[in-house]
Structures are given as structure tokens and as C-alpha cells.
Design a protein around this ligand. Sequence first.
Ligand SMILES: Cc1cc2nc3c(=O)[nH]c(=O)nc-3n(C[C@H](O)[C@H](O)[C@H](O)COP(=O)(O)OP(=O)(O)OC[C@H]3O[C@@H](n4cnc5c(N)ncnc54)[C@H](O)[C@@H]3O)c2cc1C
Length: 422
Amino acid sequence: MGEFDVAVIGGGPSGLMAAEVLSAQGVSVHLFDAMPSVGRKFLLAGRGGLNLTHAEPWDAFVGRFGNKAVAVADWLNPFDAERVRNWAQELGIQTFVGSSGRVFPSEMKAAPLLRAWLHRLRHAPVPVQFYMRHRWVGWSDAGWVFETPQGPVQIKPQATVLALGGGSWSRLGSDGAWAYRLQQRGIQVEPLQPANCGFDVVGRSGRGWTDHFKHKFAGQAFKTVAIRWADLDGHLHHRQGEFVVTGTGVEGSLIYSAAKDLREAGLRDGQSYFELDLLPHRTLDFVQAAVAHPKGARSLSSHLKSRLGLEGIKMALLYELLDTAHLQNPQSLSQAIKSLPVRLLRTRPLDEAISTAGGVALTEMDTHLMLHKMPGVFCVGEMLDWEAPTGGYLLTACMASGHRAGHAVARWLGQAQKITSE
Ligand SMILES: Cc1cc2nc3c(=O)[nH]c(=O)nc-3n(C[C@H](O)[C@H](O)[C@H](O)COP(=O)(O)OP(=O)(O)OC[C@H]3O[C@@H](n4cnc5c(N)ncnc54)[C@H](O)[C@@H]3O)c2cc1C
């Protein structure tokens, strides 16, 4: 393996960005990953179009990081959404802003971007060396220990960047197994939890969706609906969009936007809920008048369809969650159409989540992302304790933290060398 300065462990977007910054400064970097190839989750993100970043104003952007906004803004400052777009363009990938402000590569794919990125890293004046199927498993007296198909390998770099990802989609490499290793070194790691995740519903019987509803509607989307929910401080939030019915509950972008609050409420109260507005463009008065209109010989379904355009999955959900008494009472039916409580039992498991909340406590690191307790070891990306909704914020913050740590490692090496030569 020869002499080298820095080990980057983990080849997702945060580790690759740290490697890029370091190699550009003439630092020799060896990048290790447990999988046969790097960037597997990045490629998976490409299946949904690869939402690289978001074009909204700075204050709104950093606000997405909630109570970690100040810390994350510090990394984002030199590597914000515009820099992400410029960086992609330098790699030959044009981006565009979608109608919601989300930014995507023109081709909506991750593979061409990853290919161009790896080509640049491998052909830099000081090329990054890649070591695949190297799973970091801990430390020995001789340094960092990896399991490889050829047996154990040990390395002792001057500095190390840990970019090990969160704890979801473990088959793509990010299994969260690093958490207990760092805890053994006395480093505080907040419990890894699902973020941007689906939920299991309670259902009217208390046992989830009925078989009828599940078989007929799993995989179908609620379009043009709105949800209302409360955060732990009791503040009400309201958002319009889409979500999807799953075999056990709900998932999709509208649910992810509320997932942090719904997860936290569930942990505190045992269950959580949101209120679903099936007709956000209609007022309650309008709905009440329509429902109360004499329906003659028509069934309730055809009455609601002709008066309010309610049909399909929206109509089915009313039958799924309301009992006959509520369905037959125009007042409570109207109320339910505008604010139907959907009770949630639990989040789906961490492994299914888009991203992970929790991780290395930010207080364990200095502002350059170096661990106080392990000088020369830096942590970046999703393995840190922050979370954000979907919308390109995850990739942007991961790359910004890699960028921050890359510069910091180069400075730290310079200082370390100065001290050694003095
Ligand atoms: C389905 C899906 C869609 C997504 N879509 C988007 C999107 O459109 N926009 C967006 O912003 N975000 C999206 N994300 C989230 C985004 O992909 C992640 O936040 C991002 O990849 C995290 O980057 P990372 O570098 O921190 O970690 P990862 O990308 O998870 O990389 C970590 C790397 O570390 C390696 N590793 C882990 N443990 C070890 C070990 N012990 N030894 C050696 N190597 C190890 C892994 O093999 C992996 O290569 C999506 C995620 C999913 C699951």
C-alpha cells in the first residue's frame, strides 16, 4: 500500500468530496470502502432522479436543518447549492431547477456524474488510490484494521476521514456498525433512527389497513392533498403534496416532510398522527354545503363524487377509517374530508429509510469536524448527528461536510509536519 498521508474510509459523496479536496492540494489519499465499488447509495439516489440540491434562498435552505442549522450552515457557507451546481458543471454535468426548486442533473441520473467524478479523482496529479472490499473493523496497536478478501490489513495514516454513512440500506454498505466502535472510544453517538421514512398506520381495527384496502390501493398515491401535524413544541405545520399507500401504512415526500416530528411524537406518546385534507382547494363551508345537499336515491359514493369529485383512493380511505355513524353524519363526514386523522403506530425500520437521524454528536468535534478525543480523525456526512428532509439537502450537506473536512485535514497535516520538523 506504500506511504500515504490520509485514509478516507467510506466512498459515498462525503468521503469522495473530502478525497477530492485533499488530492487537489497534493495530499496523497487512500480511500477504503467495504463494498466492491464506491457510491452505491448515490447511484440509488439517481433512480429517483438524483435531487442534488435546492435552489431556494439561503435562509430557507439552512432552516431545513432544524436545531443543527447553525453548525451545518458553517459547512454550507463555502459549499452551498450554487457551488454544488458549479461543481457538477465542472464535471460536465448540466443541472436544472425543477418546478419545486429542486435541482437535478439534466439527465436525471447519478451514474454519469459518478463516472466523471471518479475519473477526475483517479487522474488527478496526485491520484486518489481506491481500495475496495476493505471493511474497517476497528483498531490494533498497528493502527486501523480492515477485513479484506486477502485477510486483515492494517494502516497507520497521519490523518483519517471517516465517511461511513448512516444506518439505512445496509446492503449498499452503510450499516451503522461504526457507531459502537466509536462509542467504545468514549465518543457520544446519538441513537441512529429513521429519517425521511415511512410509517405503519394504526387503522380502524388497530391492526393496520384492512386486507381489502391494502390489496386494492398499496402502491397508489394520494395526489393534491395536504397534511397538518404538530411538532413537539405544539407548533402546527401544514404542507400540500403527495404520498403513497404501502402494504402497512404510508410513505412518500409529503410524509417525509413531517417524518421528524411524527417520529418524535411517536417516541414521546407511543403513537402519532397527522390530519389529512382530501380537498385542500375547497373550504370546509363548501364541503359542508355539498355534503348536506339532498342526495336523493344516490349512494353516498356517487353523491360525494358528483358534488365534490371525491373518488378512488380518497373515497376508499373515508370508508377505511370512518365508521358508519360518522359516514352518515353530514357534519362529521365534512369535517373528516377536510381533516381526517391518520394515526401512526411506528416508523418503518431504519434499514428502509431514505436517511438516518442521530450519529456522532456535533459536540464531539471541533468546527473543522475533527474529533476532540481522537486528534487527526475527522467525521463527515450522514454519520453525523443532523437530519434534513428530502429536497437535495442531504447530498449538499454531505458534500459540504466532506469539503470542510478536506480543507481542515490539509491544514492539520501542515501544522503536524511543522511541529515534527521543529
Ligand atoms: C432511495 C434513496 C434515495 C435518495 N435520494 C436522494 C436525493 O435525491 N437527494 C439527496 O440529497 N439525498 C438522497 N438520498 C440520501 C443520500 O444518498 C445520502 O444522504 C448520502 O449518500 C450519504 O452520503 P455519505 O457519504 O454520508 O454516506 P454513504 O453514501 O452512505 O456512503 C458511506 C460509504 O461508507 C462505506 N462503509 C460503511 N461502513 C464501512 C466500513 N466499516 N468500512 C469501509 N467502508 C464502509 C459504505 O460502503 C459506503 O460506500 C437518498 C437515499 C436513498 C436511500
